[in-house]
Design a protein around this ligand. Structure first.
Ligand SMILES: *[C@@H]1O[C@H](CO)[C@@H](O)[C@H](O)[C@H]1NC(C)=O
Ligand SMILES: *[C@@H]1O[C@H](CO)[C@@H](O)[C@H](O)[C@H]1NC(C)=O
Ligand SMILES: *[C@@H]1O[C@H](CO)[C@@H](O)[C@H](O)[C@H]1NC(C)=O
Ligand SMILES: *[C@@H]1O[C@H](CO)[C@@H](O)[C@H](O)[C@H]1NC(C)=O
Ligand SMILES: *[C@@H]1O[C@H](CO)[C@@H](O)[C@H](O)[C@H]1NC(C)=O
Ligand SMILES: *[C@@H]1O[C@H](CO)[C@@H](O)[C@H](O)[C@H]1NC(C)=O
Ligand SMILES: *[C@@H]1O[C@H](CO)[C@@H](O)[C@H](O)[C@H]1NC(C)=O
Ligand SMILES: *[C@@H]1O[C@H](CO)[C@@H](O)[C@H](O)[C@H]1NC(C)=O
Ligand SMILES: *[C@@H]1O[C@H](CO)[C@@H](O)[C@H](O)[C@H]1NC(C)=O
Ligand SMILES: *[C@@H]1O[C@H](CO)[C@@H](O)[C@H](O)[C@H]1NC(C)=O
Length: 358
């Protein structure tokens, strides 16, 4: 079992002089604040002597209750290990040895109460007398805190936002919004890196999915980077004009770290099948002419400015085909004309003969 130093020292303290039997004791915080609707995990530990009145002590039953008389009958047990069914929102995460941690799922107003833990051994029972006072906060004090001192961050920079409250809440219950639109990220910390203009806006966090218990907005202002964009297209050629049949390699670069295979390429806004930081274009035809952009994520955010490629038709090649075709056409025309002339001549001779014979 893992134990933090604090718990360990408490246990050692309770154990008294070295080797002495531990006393009957339950340790939990005096009070515990939780944001309504969130999940509370109340830390708790207990000890008992190994031997009581000459016989070994074995814990057989553990109880959590909200009764001022220390869980003696008649009481409202929120958890009782001797019963199969209890309130399903109360989970006992402890054991029968020394851990009595209690978890309350999706706290509601009526959960605010003083809770006691009682354990019963085959020798005797014992309850933690003080109890833990559970208070519920309506989430009015939920705030967004940021890792930067002012709200202005440079393009390509980064910021971490943290959702805080005086009271405890479950990390994974935290939802984030930009300008009121839900983000996919969850958890009490929102890390934003490689910032672009798209990231600017008002950020809020909320401790439940219904959007209640929402913080005041924290506004992110982007400062334009004079050096240009965060993502850039670089090419293997010095100008944008390449001859037909030639080749060019485009590279997507950024000073932000990114996953190689997350790089997507676009021509005139249409996604290409190639992915990865380098795009090799060879045997260029006029079809390759267009504006190329690369993007560091499939959603097309963090996209570069367009790089324009112009493929020049190879005039030499063009001349040869045109010349060949012209020669062929001339030959065909002459042949056809000659054939027609000969036919006409033959027809004329034939007609003359017919006239003569009549
Ligand atoms: C008690 O159990 C809970 C849940 O398993 C755990 O998170 C906690 O660290 C334990 N406490 C101690 C003192 O071992
Ligand atoms: C409690 O159980 C242990 C182990 O079974 C046994 O040794 C001990 O005598 C029991 N104590 C009492 C008071 O029955
Ligand atoms: C990226 O480069 C710009 C300047 O070109 C700089 O301001 C910015 O801090 C850099 N971002 C990172 C994450 O290094
Ligand atoms: C939260 O903390 C602030 C100051 O830190 C205090 O004014 C406020 O009363 C606290 N709220 C609760 C519910 O404890
Ligand atoms: C962000 O909030 C400020 C003031 O609260 C407001 O002026 C601004 O229009 C908001 N921005 C957006 C994008 O909603
Ligand atoms: C793209 O071209 C570059 C340089 O011509 C070469 O180093 C690289 O291996 C090529 N990549 C692919 C996927 O063909
Ligand atoms: C480009 O053309 C050469 C020769 O015409 C050929 O061997 C090669 O396979 C072609 N490459 C592509 C990618 O079409
Ligand atoms: C260029 O595009 C046209 C029309 O989409 C297509 O018919 C032609 O085969 C393409 N040429 C090459 C060399 O891919
Ligand atoms: C490419 O971009 C240039 C200037 O940005 C624009 O004039 C041109 O029409 C674009 N071409 C296409 C095919 O979108
Ligand atoms: C192709 O034609 C152009 C003008 O029409 C001419 O300037 C050029 O030299 C020709 N190229 C070849 C290889 O004949």
């Amino acid at each position: 079992m893992k134990m933090n130093p604090w718990t360990l020292s408490v246990l050692l303290l309770l154990a008294g002089p070295l080797g002495a039997d531990p006393d009957w004791h339950v340790e939990y915080p005096e009070s515990f604040c939780v944001v309504e609707g969130s999940t509370a995990t109340i830390p708790c530990s207990f000890t008992h002597p190994a031997v009581h009145k000459g016989t070994d002590v074995v814990v057989e039953r553990v109880i959590w209750c909200t009764n001022p008389k220390f869980c003696k009958k008649p009481v409202y047990y929120v958890y009782d290990s001797s019963k199969v069914r209890g309130d399903s929102r109360f989970l006992y995460l402890g054991d029968l040895v020394r851990n009595c941690t209690l978890k309350i799922i999706k706290t509601v107003k009526k959960d605010a109460a003083t809770y006691h833990f009682r354990f019963e051994s085959n020798a005797t029972g014992y309850a933690g007398r003080k109890g833990v006072r559970v208070t519920l906060s309506n989430g009015e004090d939920v705030k967004v805190r940021s890792s930067v001192t002012d709200n202005v961050v440079k393009e390509g920079g980064q910021v971490t936002l943290t959702c805080t409250s005086n009271c405890s809440f479950h990390q994974m219950d935290v939802h984030w919004y930009r300008n009121g639109h839900a983000l996919s990220e969850k958890g009490s910390a929102l890390h934003l890196s490689c910032l672009t203009n798209d990231d600017a806006g008002n950020y809020t966090c909320s401790l439940d999915s219904s959007g209640q218990k929402t913080s005041a907005p924290w506004s992110l202002v982007m400062l334009e980077d004079e050096d240009g964009e965060v993502v850039k297209v670089r090419s293997s050629v010095t100008d944008n004009v390449v001859k037909e049949g030639g080749q060019v390699t485009l590279t997507c670069t950024s000073n932000c770290s990114f996953h190689q295979m997350d790089v997507h390429w676009y021509r005139n806004g249409h996604a290409l099948s190639e992915t990865g930081p380098a795009l090799n274009l060879s045997n260029l035809t006029n079809n390759n002419t267009g504006n190329y952009t690369c993007s560091l994520d499939s959603s097309g955010q963090k996209t570069s400015a367009p790089w324009s490629l112009v493929v020049l038709e190879d005039e030499g090649k063009h001349n040869v085909t045109v010349a060949g075709k012209e020669k062929f056409d001339w030959f065909l025309t002459v042949s056809v004309l000659l054939a027609v002339f000969l036919l006409l001549l033959a027809g004329l001779v034939f007609a003359k003969r017919c006239l003569r014979s009549v």
